[in-house]
Write a protein that binds this ligand. Structure first.
Ligand code: PAF
Length: 256
């Protein structure tokens, strides 16, 4: 595996592979089994697997959240390498947002509800960085987790609206033994908070919004809603102490 830090280096590394199948897995690092499932799927389906590792400042509204985001590059490098990743792209913020940067992608309606209400500007940052990564890597396929169902819906819309030529592959949410969806943010939970957080997957597993709201009564709930994404999901966001957790279950189809 090669670790590259600049866009020019990444483009140069990909140049000999332009006639092959290229897979892109955009990430913010702090890898867990959920990420590894994306790396493995990409490895099975493409000739060249590119993973980006970039804690994207544009999708964080609060400095404390950005600065507190877990980072351990050496560990991530080892995990990506073991999963068969070919190129790990870990740029500095100035590489992605050089001075003078001022062009943004806003998926207006889909990006402004649910998470968008509680994290204004979040999906503008996500869509913009993903479009940049897609333009740099020019993959045939990009891989995302179903856990971020609204992110998937926003990116699907962007791909459609901007005529991007790639397939979006969505992999099932990976959960711990206690049902909690794997997330880099779980590391911030104290044992007592983790115990309380378990009511999130338990509530969603009812697949009933009203029942889920009742079961989440003890937590600080941002929303519990049925969302008409593809597929339709019951989705929720809660705060446990200082940690904000999101999760969803699919209400139809057999993807999860
Ligand atoms: O899901 C994430 O980790 C991020 O939102 C993404 C897609 C890598 C964009 O920064």
């Amino acid at each position: 595996m090669r670790l590259v830090r600049t866009i020019a280096e990444l483009r140069e590394a990909l140049e000999p592979h332009r006639r092959e199948t290229i897979a892109l897995v955009p990430t913010m690092g702090a890898f867990h089994e959920g990420h590894v499932s994306l790396f493995r799927a990409a490895r099975a389906e493409a000739d060249v697997v590119v993973v980006s590792l970039f804690v994207n400042p544009a999708q964080f509204a609060e400095d404390a959240d950005l600065n507190g985001y877990p980072r351990d590059e050496a560990r991530d490098v080892a995990i990506a390498e073991a999963a068969g990743v070919d190129l790990l792209f870990a740029p500095a913020p100035e590489e992605m947002y050089p001075p003078g940067f001022q062009t943004w992608v806003d998926v207006e309606e889909l990006g402004s509800r649910l998470e968008g209400v509680h994290r204004p500007g979040h999906f503008r940052g996500v869509a913009t960085v993903c479009l940049k990564l897609i333009n740099i890597v020019r993959p045939q396929r990009a891989y995302f987790g179903q856990k971020d169902a609204q992110q998937v819906a926003v990116l699907r819309r962007m791909i459609l609206d901007l005529e991007l030529e790639l397939e979006l592959r969505v992999l099932p949410t990976v959960r711990d033994g206690d049902g909690l969806a794997l997330s880099s943010r779980n590391a911030r939970l104290s044992p007592e908070e983790r115990e309380r957080a378990r009511s999130l997957p338990r509530a969603l597993s009812t697949k009933d919004a009203q029942r889920a709201r009742e079961l989440l009564g003890d937590l600080d709930v941002d929303y519990v809603e049925v969302a008409d994404f593809e597929p339709r999901v019951l989705t929720a966001a809660v705060r446990v102490g200082d940690t904000r957790l999101i999760d969803n279950v699919i209400l139809e189809g057999d993807t999860e």
